[in-house]
Design a protein around this ligand. Structure first.
Ligand SMILES: NC(=O)c1ccc[n+]([C@@H]2O[C@H](COP(=O)([O-])OP(=O)(O)OC[C@H]3O[C@@H](n4cnc5c(N)ncnc54)[C@H](OP(=O)(O)O)[C@@H]3O)[C@@H](O)[C@H]2O)c1
Length: 254
């Protein structure tokens, strides 16, 4: 079985890294753009080869689409798929109905990986459950099979990644502003956030809602900061911003 990637950018590279870490790493063929990424992947992994064109990749048994929405039409112009081929689109906003309308012969699904897939960690989502895709990806992190397409984006939660790092940067800046060196502040913040994520991971469902209260002393520092942020409506802002992303079609996205 050969797996193809059309659009060999950041996320395709992460998925390929993950797949190549499997004990039985699959044969992969990648489209030639981005030149530096596709060349690097082919040089790094014995089972990865760089095709001469997108059309060549489109002959693989499973074809992942990994270009930005704005490049979809150009990248896939003139490309068709046969019955028996699987098209797994990672392109944001490219709906299942649009995929099926374009390539009615193929088996279609959407797949939303996140960068941690390169190291086999973190969430990813797919819809509908195409058995070959589920089997392939399940070892590479926490695979969520969405109950319907509307829920594939998990309410927009995957769009929180860069904001998370922006928040991390703001916290580091608090540290350096208080006189810590960049290295000290960064190490502290990374350790703090890592500890909190690890605590959440090890907390059973019945105790989950108590985490915030458990991490503050009555009248103490954490309680004061949380109360101030709650009063400012700070926690309502991400919900609205994330939710707004879920209805965007690929023609709106860049
Ligand atoms: N990054 C994430 O965490 C993430 C997660 C889930 C889903 N996605 C989705 O995955 C897609 C790619 O995101 P990304 O962050 O990986 O973007 P990216 O790094 O910009 O990768 C896009 C790739 O598509 C290539 N490309 C552009 N036009 C092409 C064409 N005509 N034929 C073949 N390849 C072409 C680009 O090549 P050049 O560099 O040569 O232009 C680039 O290698 C997006 O639709 C995004 O919504 C991303």
């Amino acid at each position: 079985m050969q797996i193809g990637f059309i659009g060999t950018g950041t996320i395709s590279a992460a998925v390929i890294e993950g797949l190549q870490s499997l004990p039985e790493a699959p044969e992969i063929v990648v489209s030639p753009r981005s030149e530096s990424t596709s060349l690097a992947l082919a040089a790094k992994f014995r089972n990865v080869s760089r095709a001469g064109s997108n059309a060549e990749v489109a002959r693989a048994d499973i074809v992942f689409l990994g270009m930005r929405p704005a490049h979809l039409d150009e990248a896939m112009a003139g490309i068709s798929f046969d019955k028996g081929q699987i098209v797994a689109s990672m392109v944001a906003g490219f709906g299942l109905a649009e995929i099926k309308a374009r390539w009615p012969q193929a088996t279609a699904c959407r797949f939303v990986p996140l960068p941690g897939i390169a190291r086999g960690v973190g969430p990813m989502a797919t819809y509908p459950a195409v058995p070959e895709i589920v089997r392939l990806m399940a070892p590479l992190g926490d695979l969520f099979v969405a109950a319907d397409e509307r829920r594939l984006q998990f309410g927009g939660l995957s769009a929180f990644m860069s904001s998370y790092f922006e928040l991390q940067r703001a916290l580091i800046d608090v540290g350096t502003g208080a006189g810590l060196s960049e290295t000290e502040a960064r190490s502290y913040v990374v350790s703090l956030l890592g500890m909190l994520a690890d605590t959440a991971r090890h907390t059973p469902a019945q105790s989950f809602d108590g985490l915030a209260a458990e991490h503050q002393t009555r009248g103490g520092l954490n309680e004061r900061v949380r109360a101030e942020l709650l009063e400012k409506g700070w926690f309502d802002v991400p919900g609205a911003a994330l939710q707004a992303t879920t209805g965007l079609g690929y023609k709106t996205l860049g």
